[in-house]
Design a protein around this ligand. Sequence first.
Ligand SMILES: [Cu+2]
Length: 148
Amino acid sequence: MQRLAIVLLMIMLLGVLAACGSAEPMPVPVVEISLTATDIAYDVNRFEVMAGQPVKVTLRNEGALEHDFSIMEMPHTGEVMAEEADHGIGGHDMSNIAMEPEVHVAPPMGKSLSVEFTPTTPGEYEYFCAVAGHKEAGMVGTLVVTAP
Ligand SMILES: [Cu+2]
């Protein structure tokens, strides 16, 4: 009987050690940013996150036109698109920009889509709608990445 108690105690101790001594870093919580696109504007033109902080940007297209969220160049890791996302430029006229943006999400009219990424370098990065003429019309903003 005493032997069983000792075995049970050992198992419990092992459990506690496994929980505390895990080599896995604690997952950093994701910051969720919601933007709404209308014809022709974003409702958020500036937001701030910390370098190393995973960000989930959800764009809702409330307009009658196509809109997207694009960042041409920004050091980042771990980019994940929402499952139903159309990562292709799909149907978009993006001939006005020379290269494919590094971060891009384009929800169809009346829908929301998300893109998740982790900026790695502090700085100010421009985001914009890559549909021809929309950036010029004001669909542009600044993602501020602060030092952790
Ligand atoms: Cu647009």
